[in-house]
Design a protein around this ligand. Structure first.
Ligand SMILES: [Zn+2]
Ligand SMILES: [Zn+2]
Length: 223
């Protein structure tokens, strides 16, 4: 859903107040929980387990860091092949000649030429808010994407004039098209191995304070 991986903290319902909920949509992602996202921009915001009096939310949505720190990584066995939750990313595997990608609800599917190659993590404010943590994506030719059903594809035009593609049904982040036409696909929406490898971090000047970057990869303050 986030396009990379998600980070969340939680708060009891009695300390949580929804100030404005225009555009808030929920997707039932499992029998136990539903995920809340903004249907206007696709921002990944909430995870609500059934029958619990706490709501989980992305600290990336906060205007300040609120003194949070990353405590643990979970479901690490399901992490994408292009990175490790901690430490250096593994050497790239072969990866299929054709990558398959989909959103969380399965309404949107496409394929594109593989392997993914170099993957860039972006820590800019926009990528953090929309992904719910930070983004990781790789360059692709937009014309090389072969779509299955495309109904349900939503687009959000950013203040900078770029366009982000996401699923209107589940909020999954899928791609970004810059004003100059440069196109990138979110690594997290690829099903199975990407054959890519996380190569760098950009816009680290805007990075969230609740996580550390300790994978030894090059970091650029901007891009
Ligand atoms: Zn979807
Ligand atoms: Zn960014």
């Amino acid at each position: 859903m986030s396009g990379h991986f998600w980070a969340a903290t939680s708060v009891p319902h009695d300390r949580f107040r929804l100030v404005r909920d225009e555009g808030l949509a929920w997707f039932r992602s499992s029998a136990e929980a539903r995920r809340g996202f903004c249907r206007r921009c696709g921002a990944s915001l909430f995870w609500q387990p059934e029958g619990e009096d706490r709501i989980s939310f992305a600290p990336a949505a906060l205007d300040s860091d609120a003194g949070l720190e990353t405590a643990e990584h979970i479901f690490t066995e399901a992490a994408g092949d292009y990175h490790r939750p901690e430490g250096q990313p593994p050497p790239p595997g072969a990866g299929p000649e054709r990558l398959r990608a989909s959103c969380l609800c399965g309404a949107l599917r496409f394929t594109l030429p593989g392997p993914a190659g170099e993957i860039t993590a972006c820590h800019c404010r926009q990528c953090r808010t929309l992904s719910g943590h930070f983004a990781a994506s790789f360059d692709a030719e937009e014309a090389s994407l072969a779509w299955g059903d495309r109904q349900g594809l939503a687009e959000y035009r950013t203040v900078g004039g770029g366009v982000r593609g996401f699923c209107a049904g589940c909020g999954s982040s899928l791609w970004f098209r810059a004003t100059d036409g440069a196109f990138s696909v979110e690594a997290g929406c690829v099903d199975g191995p990407t054959g890519g490898r996380l190569a760098r971090h950009i816009h680290v000047a805007d990075k969230g304070g609740y996580y550390a970057l300790d994978d030894g990869l090059p970091q650029a303050a901007e891009d």
